[in-house]
Design a binder for this molecule. Structure first.
Ligand code: PRP
Length: 175
């Protein structure tokens, strides 16, 4: 089977993650510990790389959500399937996503986590499908804006395949 066509190379990812980490480190300098909340599963590789390049104190948490969908179409309904272990009350929180597509997942997470009274909430996504937005959602740090294509690799999958590709590739889904 052929590998997916490269959309964003390993090198481009590395450079952009460096830039994001530098910006985040600057913005949160002297603000105490930052809680990075990785949204499973897709964010695990981005979170691992980003978190290791920060020069500020940080703490890692994970959260998992599930979106209801029909084939490759999402309904917009999101539910929490795994919560984080520690309280985020009075903490600075950065939600880390691999991709924002319709925006429903991030919108749900921001609202839910805000209700837990953190000191602040910001969001960081590696990829943003700007033209697929169904809700207007706050994105504070964005790696790359992409078109409406199905992307895999660097944590993103198609039917659980290709998550561990080292680059972002494009595929044609079957449905
Ligand atoms: C992806 C991604 C986001 C969500 C974004 O997760 O990791 O959480 O979709 O889509 P939205 O903006 O349309 O809500 P997915 O449901 O594919 O699960 P996974 O991360 O476990 O692969």
């Amino acid at each position: 089977m052929q590998n997916p066509k490269t959309l964003i190379s390993e090198d481009e990812i590395r450079k952009r993650v460096d830039e994001l980490a530098a910006q985040i480190s600057l913005d949160y300098a002297d603000k105490g510990e930052l809680v990075l909340v990785g949204v499973l599963k897709g964010s695990f590789i981005f979170l691992a790389d980003l978190s290791r390049r920060l020069s500020i104190p940080r703490h890692i948490e994970f959260i998992a959500v599930s979106s209801y969908r029909y084939g490759s179409t999402r309904s917009g309904a999101v539910r929490l399937v795994m919560d984080m272990r520690r309280s985020i009350e009075a903490k600075n929180v950065l939600i880390v996503e691999d991709i924002v597509d319709t925006g429903h997942t991030l919108d749900y997470l921001i609202k839910m986590l805000k209700s837990r009274n953190p000191a602040s909430i910001r969001t960081c996504t590696l990829l943003h499908k700007e033209h697929s937005a169904e809700v207007d959602v706050q994105i504070d740090y964005c790696g790359f804006s992409i078109g409406d294509e199905w992307v895999v690799g660097y944590g993103l999958d198609y039917d659980e395949k290709d998550r561990t590709l080292p680059y972002i590739g494009v595929i044609e889904p079957d449905d």
